[in-house]
Write a protein that binds this ligand. Structure first.
Ligand SMILES: NC(=O)c1ccc[n+]([C@@H]2O[C@H](COP(=O)([O-])OP(=O)(O)OC[C@H]3O[C@@H](n4cnc5c(N)ncnc54)[C@H](OP(=O)(O)O)[C@@H]3O)[C@@H](O)[C@H]2O)c1
Length: 494
């Protein structure tokens, strides 16, 4: 058993009903239903808790149960009969078209009955796993049906969770947000970027705050540059329709900026969500925006060679499946330290990591020798969850030669203990049930993401002359132009 120090109590979420709209959809099946079951199995739900699944597909109880069993099996669960039946005992299905006003009356009656049955005091968490076009209508109907309580009403609460993509442009994101806000207030809206729920991402902040030796060197005096990498082995895998509309930059920019913020923002004075959000906002405001002209020079887009042959992809598609860019941060901590970012599909291996590459020593007895290797502080987020620090060490023997060595820790505790930890979605659901918004995105963060991305999109719209779409072979880590982006500064990808 590992002895832990600090705020070691798992947050106990408040008793509530969880209402999942879009329960028969892809997101619900792959992420949300498995997370709900995982929380029940790990006994991390509130004691008084129930689930309502709502969707258009008619499902009787038998069909629902076998569908849920298959969903869980596909997600890698092998539920014991007791755990599965305890899960089913907390859950019911409502068939509905969200456009039909009568549904909300029916829902209201069912929630009142379930509140009474499970001892819940009108606390409700609505998860909208539906097409974004339905968000405004659903929240509007919830409000007019008396199901969205004002947050000032301390006797009970109602919250709404939504998922990216938050629009496809600055304008459409603003319209989506305005639509949600016609019925819900900002404190009621929980916007997910599931990268923030990952244990290994939260460990970046924990390591920085708990180890002065690291955070004191986390600045332009010591760090040469920062790299953020999110590469995937898979291509579009059946999501071509979505990808043809969005492209990689729109799909990934939120994740990339969240990783940058968690790595480089100043540490908040407390981990209260308001302090955390204020520091994160300050960091985003320090990022130097790229103009479309700069974007054409500082960003590279690519497409894997087999993309146009994927089912559902237009033969001449110019949609990017790879993105790399460089940005600067204008604050005292990071002035002069470039951030290099790359993300792509079909790159040969899944690899999400953050690397802080330190400056090489410019003093001391070895200044005349180029040791060749800098110190690198690496956080592997997925598939492994590891932290490594590379050091230069003396090679054993009579001569004075140097070799790079790595000190590391495997972040996941081994064995049975690891099985009890929440996954990213489970963590985010617990936080939403507890009313802690630290890991969720604010309206400002969505707006910032689009403001930052828009000049890149604008540069690409201008055509391939200014900003070509570089092809890369399937299974390689992106186009040569992405190597060039960093190489021309005398650096290379870790
Ligand atoms: N899939 C992902 O990996 C993923 C990742 C990140 C974010 N998201 C976001 O998550 C949301 C859902 O995506 P998805 O991929 O799960 O979509 P999906 O597979 O198309 O599922 C949509 C769900 O909404 C229901 N629905 C649609 N119109 C309805 C209506 N008029 N009345 C009642 N139910 C209706 C569907 O019900 P029926 O099937 O029963 O008709 C289905 O359950 C979207 O906002 C998407 O952008 C998805």
């Amino acid at each position: 058993m590992i002895e832990t120090i600090g705020f070691c109590q798992e947050m106990r979420p408040e008793s509530c009903g969880f209402i999942l709209f879009g329960a028969t959809g892809d997101l619900a099946g792959r992420k949300i239903i498995p997370a709900l079951f995982g929380l029940c199995e790990k006994k991390l739900t509130p004691k008084n808790f129930y689930i309502v699944l709502a969707s258009r597909t008619p499902l009787d109880r038998g069909a629902l149960e076998s569908r849920l069993w298959n969903t869980l099996a596909k997600a890698g669960f092998a539920p014991s009969p007791e755990n599965f039946s305890s899960f089913l005992g907390r859950l019911e299905y409502l068939q509905a078209d969200y456009g039909n006003g009568d549904f909300y009356g029916r829902l209201s009656q069912r929630l009142a009955a379930l509140d009474a049955k499970f001892g819940v005091k009108k606390n409700r968490l609505f998860y909208l796993a539906t097409p974004p076009a339905a968000f405004e209508q659903i929240t509007g109907e919830l409000k007019s049906g008396g199901l969205l309580f004002e947050p000032e009403d301390r006797a009970c609460w109602s919250r709404i969770i939504v998922e990216k993509p938050y629009g496809s442009s600055l304008e459409s994101a603003a319209a989506l947000d305005a639509g949600l806000k016609t019925a819900a207030s900002e404190p009621q809206v929980y916007r997910i970027d599931h990268f923030t729920g990952k244990e290994a991402v939260q460990n970046v902040m924990a390591l920085r705050s708990a180890n002065a030796v690291f955070d004191n060197t986390w600045n332009s005096r010591f760090v040469d540059h920062v790299q953020i990498t999110v590469l995937e082995e898979l291509g579009v895998e059946g999501r071509a329709a979505f990808f043809e509309r969005m492209g990689l930059a729109r799909d990934m920019m939120s994740h990339l900026l969240q990783l940058a913020a968690i790595t480089a923002m100043d540490l908040p004075s407390t981990f209260r969500d308001t302090d955390f959000k204020a520091e994160k906002k300050r960091f985003f405001e320090s990022i130097r925006p790229l103009s479309p002209e700069e974007a054409a020079k500082q960003a590279v887009r690519g497409q894997y060679a087999g993309y146009r042959a994927e089912p559902g992809v237009a033969p001449g598609s110019a949609v990017e499946t790879f993105l790399s860019f460089k940005f600067q941060v204008d604050n005292d901590r990071w002035r002069g330290v470039p951030f290099y970012v790359r993300a792509g599909k079909k790159t040969g291996a899944k690899k999400t990591r953050i690397d802080l590459v330190y400056k090489k020593p410019d003093r001391g007895i070895f200044r005349a020798i180029d040791i060749g290797y800098p110190n690198v502080f690496s956080f592997s987020i997925q598939p492994e969850e590891k932290v490594a620090f590379s050091l230069i060490s003396k090679h054993p023997g009579p001569k004075l030669c140097f070799v790079p060595r790595s000190m590391g820790l495997d972040y996941r505790p081994e064995g049975r203990e690891a099985a009890g930890y929440p996954t990213d979605y489970e963590r985010l659901l617990i936080e939403a049930m507890s009313g802690d918004k630290t890991l969720f995105l604010s309206s400002f963060e969505i707006q910032f993401m689009w403001k930052f991305l828009s000049p890149l999109l604008e540069a690409w719209q201008a055509g391939p002359e200014a900003c070509p779409l570089h092809a890369y072979a399937d299974g390689t880590p992106g186009p040569a132009a992405a190597e060039e982006l960093i190489k021309k500064d005398g650096r290379s990808w870790v």
